[in-house]
Design a binder for this molecule. Structure first.
Ligand SMILES: [Zn+2]
Length: 204
């Protein structure tokens, strides 16, 4: 029985991928390119790690005695640990923060970038933390089709409900926080400093 379900899942995923491919080619301008291809574009600024919590912009304004009318009522921003407000672009990855209050008002680490002269943050990867403080790669998942998604919507394939998914995961080695990098450095204290921290990465 389990075997049959597994095969069914694989078939569903295969059909889904075909459908997604067809759907993408229907959109003018998409030219069938993938999200990863766009991320890898040489025009994309270098990725950075942004930490803090995502909040409704007007709530953050209110705490700073700034009043704004309803035009700003749906906007969200990352409030960094230093108190800086960085509005988030509601693109394929940032949109979830507008849709899903479970992602707001909690500690997050966001991998993303800002373009020169543009204050907005474009998010690429979302990490949240569980009650024990364990870092969780966070996205959405369809249990039937076994495909990830990045916003709340019916599954791309079976149209069923998807769920918010948390997976324990370390930060990429080149984006670790100074504290974590420091811990790794101490383990490698006899080695010369190198520009890359990958080899010094803690394996916990
Ligand atoms: Zn599905």
């Amino acid at each position: 029985m389990l075997h049959r379900i597994a095969i069914g899942g694989l078939l569903a995923a295969f059909v889904c991928l075909s459908k997604v491919g067809l759907a993408e080619s229907k959109f003018p301008g998409s030219k069938g390119d993938t999200q990863s291809a766009r991320i890898a574009s040489p025009k994309t600024p270098q990725k950075r790690l942004f930490t803090g919590r995502v909040v409704m912009l007007r709530e953050a304004f209110k705490r700073r005695n700034i009043s704004a009318f309803d035009e700003y009522k749906d906007l969200v921003a990352l409030e960094t640990d230093d108190g800086e407000l960085i509005p988030i672009v509601p693109d394929w990855r940032g949109r979830a923060f507008f849709q899903d209050k479970r992602l707001r008002n909690r500690k997050v680490e966001l991998i993303g970038f800002r373009r020169p002269g543009i204050p907005f943050l474009q998010v690429i990867t979302v990490f949240t933390f569980d009650k024990q403080g364990v870092r969780q790669f966070t996205d959405y998942w369809c249990d039937i089709c076994s495909i990830p998604m990045y916003e709340i919507k019916p599954c791309d394939c079976c149209q069923d409900e998807i769920r918010l998914r948390f997976q324990p995961q370390e930060l990429p080695a080149d984006l670790r926080t100074p504290k974590e990098t420091g811990q790794a450095d101490r383990k490698q204290s006899t080695q010369k400093e190198t520009p890359h921290t990958e080899k010094n990465a803690p394996q916990n």
